[in-house]
Design a protein around this ligand. Structure first.
Ligand SMILES: [Zn+2]
Length: 168
């Protein structure tokens, strides 16, 4: 059985995307005039939470600093803190919205580690369900149906208040 968490696959997908539009898609999400089109769920000023357009699994989110920096060492203490809080809130939101059984959380630093967009640091938050390893590798190699992605976006948007709560 193949493993679901195979970030090296994402490299090729993201390279293909970067060739199409050279601008950084995370920066575009930060500055987006059309958050729904760009699948942006939250912008806090310091961070952005958006859906991955090429997900490993339903509800695959990217949590990133708003600044275009490649590495954790480039972040201020405040940014690190906010990033961590947004990962925590994203998990909470996904739990409420999609009831996953677990999560993969990860950062790919550098091309060799599988980062497709290595210039802009981002944390992958991937919900997991019992049994999903059997079919997800197949799905991750096929085109994602845009309607399904948009359905998930609209569903998550209803729970986006979990990203905005300020009591943590
Ligand atoms: Zn960027």
């Amino acid at each position: 059985m193949e493993l679901l968490w195979a970030p090296w696959r994402m490299k090729y997908i993201e390279y293909a995307r970067m060739e199409r539009d050279e601008a950084c898609f995370i920066c575009r999400a930060v500055e987006s005039q059309d958050p729904d089109r760009d699948l942006v769920l939250h912008r806090s000023g310091l961070t952005v939470v958006l859906m991955n357009k090429y997900p490993y699994n339903t509800g695959h989110l990217l949590v990133a600093p708003a600044r275009h920096v490649p590495d954790l060492s480039a972040l201020s203490r405040e940014e690190i803190c906010e990033l961590g809080l947004m990962v925590r809130r994203s998990i909470e939101m996904l739990r409420r919205a999609l009831s996953p059984d677990g999560f993969n959380i990860g950062i790919n630093l550098g091309k060799v580690a599988g980062a497709g967009l290595e210039a802009h640091l981002h944390v992958h938050v991937v919900p997991r369900w019992l049994g999903d390893t059997n079919f997800m590798p197949v799905i991750s190699n096929t085109k994602v149906i845009p309607e399904a992605l948009n359905d998930t976006y609209m569903k998550l948007k209803k729970y986006a208040d979990y990203l905005r709560k300020n009591d943590d």
